[in-house]
Design a protein around this ligand. Structure first.
Ligand SMILES: *[C@@H]1O[C@H](CO)[C@@H](O)[C@H](O)[C@H]1NC(C)=O
Ligand SMILES: *[C@@H]1O[C@H](CO)[C@@H](O)[C@H](O)[C@H]1NC(C)=O
Ligand SMILES: *[C@@H]1O[C@H](CO)[C@@H](O)[C@H](O)[C@H]1NC(C)=O
Length: 410
């Protein structure tokens, strides 16, 4: 009898655990069980952080960043071929990776890198991004500048943008480039996810600056966040609930970026914030119109979600939702026209897939040379998962492809 009860309890626990871990993923995804476990661990961490927040002990994002930061110490690697220095660029913390000089002294290529994490978590100094930047510095023989911009909830938009812009502008000064033996004509700006958002926005801003002598040769954006206008693009609809980044999580990241009221989330998820009666949104509508910016193989049979009447209060309360420094996809054509040659990596299992594809299309229409590197079996965030215990083939394949493009084009 006792054994039967224990058996039942155990069976129940296994079922509950399986229910918690199981996630419906498209049959095409690579390593689905590993991804479900990763997602379950990530969800468990987020829910614990929400509980700590609810109990009034600390802000959930601060706790999450602490938890992620603890794991992020597991895989520290250094290299005898690369010198790593933490310093300040115009008051902003940066980590610089300098390949040690070869016999022949010549100017080096360079990449300004901006890490992802929803503007809220991760660090240039954690093992994940430290490793990525080391690999880039080694395999490209390039000086990599990784920017430690400040995070939410300590700061909000536009502070992370301004941090990245200031550090970048400082680095691009002729005497600073000379100090690091960097070739002024061979510098790229790059970042993943929220870092891709900051990279694209800062690249636009740099292209508009009057008094800069050096500009970027390339931008390379890894599954970037590019717009908060439409949360019902085909990729948002298709991946509404999926691994690593769900639609509601992304909407929450946006609201937290602007320090906006979280009670707006349900309205934004159904595009009430950009309904037809919200006149502030009208000028931007055609810039994100995926019914003609996306090829049909990505549109599939999804229908646009556009309401006649919505919640005008949201944009009035958070006008930053339409600010190009936060949503680079909303930039006008004249700005896109002066962007450098561009690489955009997209994943099929990612709510952000379509904004990357639409940005590629808009840049192309504005005359910019663009490479879209699409991975049918990969998921949002995969490129950072190249280290035990979160080693994915998707991570290694996307990283190799990205570095290969940089090597051939920088
Ligand atoms: C650009 O430089 C000139 C001369 O140094 C200066 O007068 C001008 O104010 C600068 N413009 C901006 C936008 O900083
Ligand atoms: C957020 O919005 C809700 C509902 O409109 C309101 O009750 C609440 O006071 C708002 N919170 C803040 C911090 O403004
Ligand atoms: C969307 O806007 C309509 C019209 O204002 C409103 O009736 C509806 O409740 C809103 N939906 C949400 C989820 O806020």
């Amino acid at each position: 009898m006792r054994a039967a009860v224990a058996g039942l309890l155990l069976g129940g626990a296994v079922l509950l655990a399986a229910y918690y871990v199981y996630l419906p993923l498209p049959g095409t995804v690579s390593e689905p069980w590993r991804l479900m476990l990763l997602d379950a661990a990530f969800r468990a961490a987020q829910q614990t952080c929400k509980l700590v927040h609810y109990l009034g002990l600390s802000h959930h994002l601060r706790v999450l960043n602490f938890v992620i930061g603890s794991f992020d110490k597991l895989n520290f690697r250094s290299s005898e071929h690369v010198k790593i220095t933490d310093t300040l660029f115009d008051g902003v913390e940066v980590r610089v990776y300098e390949p040690l000089a070869q016999e022949e002294e010549r100017l080096k290529r360079s990449v300004v890198y901006i890490h992802g994490g929803g503007w809220a978590v991760s660090s240039a100094r954690g093992s994940v991004y430290n490793n990525l930047c080391l690999v880039m510095a080694e395999s490209l023989d390039a000086v990599v500048v990784s920017i430690e911009y400040r995070l939410i909830p300590e700061v909000h938009f536009p502070v992370p943008f301004n941090d990245v812009f200031r550090a970048t502008k400082h680095f691009m000064l002729p005497d600073v480039l000379a100090q690091y033996s960097v070739d002024p004509n061979r510098i790229a700006i790059s970042g993943d996810s929220a870092g891709g958002n900051l990279a694209a926005a800062v690249c636009q801003e740099m292209s508009q600056e009057e008094n800069v002598t050096n500009r970027f040769k390339l931008q390379a954006l890894i599954y970037p966040v590019l717009q908060a206008f439409d949360f019902n693009t085909p990729s948002y609809q298709q991946n509404e609930i999926t691994a690593v980044l769900s639609r509601s999580r992304m909407v929450q990241f946006w609201l937290e970026y602007f320090n906006g009221n979280s009670s707006f989330a349900p309205s934004m998820i159904i595009n009430n914030h950009t309904a037809l009666d919200v006149t502030e949104a009208s000028p931007f509508r055609e810039l994100v119109d995926w019914t003609f910016l996306l090829p049909s193989r990505f549109r599939k049979s999804y229908k646009p979600v556009v309401h006649k009447v919505g919640t005008a209060e949201i944009i009035r309360d958070i006008p930053e939702l339409l600010d190009v420094r936060a949503s680079p996809l909303l930039a006008e054509k004249a700005v896109l026209h002066v962007q450098p040659k561009t690489y955009i990596l997209t994943c099929e299992i990612d709510v952000l897939r379509d904004e990357g594809l639409m940005y590629a299309k808009r840049l192309e229409k504005a005359g910019v040379e663009v490479t879209v590197d699409h991975f049918e079996d990969c998921f949002h965030g995969c490129m950072i998962f190249t280290l035990w215990p979160t080693l994915f083939s998707a991570g290694l394949r996307t990283r190799d492809s990205y570095i290969k493009w940089l090597n051939e084009n920088l």
